[in-house]
Design a protein around this ligand. Structure first.
Ligand SMILES: [Zn+2]
Ligand SMILES: [Zn+2]
Length: 115
């Protein structure tokens, strides 16, 4: 029996740069709407449409985000905010959505501050 000693990397749900242009548009717009939503309904609706744009079901966490890594700048991983081993890329700002590094970025070049 193999014992995993390393944190298991959860593969991203999708990669932004592999989406079709209209999927990118919907996804980006929905994330902006979710960020600016004033209530849970608006947030959930935006997240639901964002997930559908990717052709996936919204994870039970109810939130998907694009990697906010400040080192790569353009990491394209899109993932569930409930994935294990995520690291905050920024302290929380005036947003609804948390800014996280994806698991690959967290593994490769973690943000130095502990959130
Ligand atoms: Zn990343
Ligand atoms: Zn990165």
């Amino acid at each position: 029996m193999t014992v995993l000693t390393h944190a298991r990397i959860t593969p991203p749900l999708a990669y932004y740069d592999e989406l079709l242009p209209h999927q990118q548009d919907v996804f980006t717009t929905c994330l902006e709407h979710a960020d600016e939503a004033h209530d849970a309904d608006g947030f959930n609706r935006a997240m639901d449409i964002a997930a559908r744009a990717l052709g996936i079901a919204l994870p039970t966490s109810g939130a998907i985000v694009k990697c906010a890594c400040q080192y790569c700048g353009d990491c394209n991983a899109i993932f569930d905010t409930a994935s294990p081993g995520l690291r905050r890329a920024e302290p929380s700002g005036p947003y609804n959505l948390p800014r996280y590094q994806c698991t690959a970025c967290t593994d490769g070049h973690p943000t130095p501050h502990e959130a």
